[in-house]
Design a protein around this ligand. Structure first.
Ligand code: E4P
Length: 232
């Protein structure tokens, strides 16, 4: 089983670049990444991306906070392309589970990426709300968990074992912090990992020996010492 690599980015040029690379199987965006990319008009910017990314799956998130408004946005986003996954946060900013939104959209066959997931309890609730005939992704935020001193592995293990029988429902390792997360995701048989471009580039140079790593490290220190003309 392959762990697919998605690129976590909204920058147009980077998406255009990685869309041509076979290492990248798809893309994930979120409103913060869209802001960082300088998007002014959410729809126009997304459509510009979709002109270059026509086949690989790409997620665009709703940014409404009320279920009704979220549904309206989801229906619109869904019309933008066949490769589009509509990203729905598991809860809104008040902490309310968006189960009714997830169920309605999933029952209509709309591909969803349920995001901002941190607990196994959330995974089970999402799983119950999803239509098992519709393709869906559940995004678990490993890095943000680890940043707060929490171990992300147990929730992944349990979530993967819950969804593994269903081919349409994929678990995504989100919020990647380092290249080693790819090894962890692969060991867990996680369906997808999304990572920033920098980490994708690190993965491309996997396989370096310990011997060359140690020599390169020492070389780096030596070069910097010379550049700074250190004397004792
Ligand atoms: C996933 O789809 C999210 O966009 C992303 O992985 C969040 O990562 P961050 O914690 O680095 O913002």
């Amino acid at each position: 089983m392959k762990t697919k690599i998605f690129c976590d980015i909204a920058d147009f040029k980077t998406i255009k670049f990685f869309n041509k690379k076979s290492i990248v199987d798809g893309f994930t965006t979120n409103p913060s990444l869209m802001r960082l990319a300088g998007a002014k008009n959410y729809k126009d910017y997304s459509l510009k991306i979709l002109k270059v990314c026509k086949k690989k799956p790409i997620s665009f998130e709703v940014f409404a906070d009320e279920p009704k408004e979220m549904l309206k946005q989801a229906y619109k986003i869904n019309t933008w392309g066949k490769n589009v996954y509509v990203k729905i946060p598991v809860v809104n900013s008040k902490g309310l589970f968006m189960g009714s939104v997830i169920k309605e959209l999933s029952d209509k066959g709309i591909k969803l990426n349920i995001t901002a997931v941190y607990t196994y309890e959330q995974t089970t609730k999402i799983y119950k709300s999803l239509n098992k005939k519709t393709k869906s992704i559940i995004s678990i935020f490993a890095g943000r968990m680890a940043d707060k001193g929490k171990d992300p592995l147990p929730i992944f293990k349990k979530s993967i074992s819950l969804t593994k029988k269903n081919k349409n429902i994929e678990i995504l390792w989100a919020s990647t912090r380092e290249a080693y997360n790819y090894i962890q995701a692969k060991q867990l048989k996680c369906n997808i990992i999304t990572m920033p471009p920098k980490v994708i580039n690190q993965i491309s140079s996997f396989g370096k020996s310990f011997k060359s790593m140690t020599v390169d490290t020492v070389k780096g220190f030596l070069t910097d010492s010379k550049k700074s003309k250190f004397r004792l």
